[in-house]
Design a protein. Sequence first.
Length: 201
Amino acid sequence: MYITCLDLEGVLVPEIWIAFAEASGIPELKRTTRDEPDYDKLMKWRLGILKEHGLGLKEIQETIAKIDPMPGAKAFLDELRSLCQVIIISDTFTQFAKPLMEKLGMPTIFCNTLEVADSGEITGFKMRIENSKLTTVKALQSIGYDTIASGDSYNDLGMIKASKAGFLFRSTDKIKADNPDLEAFEEYDELLAAIKKAMAD
């Protein structure tokens, strides 16, 4: 019994913070988990920049409303969901993810929550569990599932390496070079073929 675990940003939808950096004209916000492996440090840094510029949840949600899934992502996800259970495991937040899930046909997502003041200022964030991607994959394995995982960033490596089969997708040259043992793909049909092959083995 297989469950495929996918990262969200960079795999199915564009990076939310990069889109917001462009919309707000704040280039520092382009930093993502591809650049900074420590997510806690990255988020605290982002919240500091938002506070400095007087930006809150509303402004980010306005940007997210204009983001569409990557070309081919929904068809890939639809076909994959016809073959096995799929869970998106993301370090994003429920307040960011909902409109994107609607555009992807409401797949299951495990993510985190923002702490938001009445003024709309994002005051903090609550992680669902520490090291959530790896922890979730191990939990699924403990209840009898074989996992297949794919992602693009440093924070995906744990779940990719712990799974029966794991793949990098549209990752950086550095992450690919640092992990030569992991198959890396750029196109959805290649990733789908690799997942099908892993399920047949």
